[in-house]
Design a protein around this ligand. Structure first.
Ligand SMILES: [Zn+2]
Ligand SMILES: [Zn+2]
Length: 88
């Protein structure tokens, strides 16, 4: 299970960090509650300037949305995160 797969994630038309539109692509972010995707410009992607979710509730909602992009449920994401954590 590749939680960083963004092939089915919708790309926004603005960077989530700076609001710019230069070289936008979807990136993934891991938080304590799951992995979610967001749209970043090339500069913020390379510098890893990521906006923090406004709240845990929002982080959970973002992770749940990314689950639907991956075609899995939240339980499968949690299991995959546990596996990844065990490898490191
Ligand atoms: Zn940006
Ligand atoms: Zn996604």
């Amino acid at each position: 299970m590749d939680l960083d797969d963004t092939s089915r994630c919708p790309r926004g038309d603005r960077c989530a960090t700076c609001g710019g539109g230069d070289g936008l692509a979807v990136a993934t972010v891991a938080t304590a509650v799951g992995v979610h995707c967001l749209t970043l410009c090339v500069g913020d992607r390379e510098a890893e300037r990521l906006p923090r979710p406004a709240s845990w509730t929002q982080a959970i909602e973002l992770a749940a949305a990314h689950c639907t992009h991956l075609g899995i449920d939240v339980d499968a994401m949690a299991a995959a995160m546990e596996q990844e954590g065990g490898k490191e």
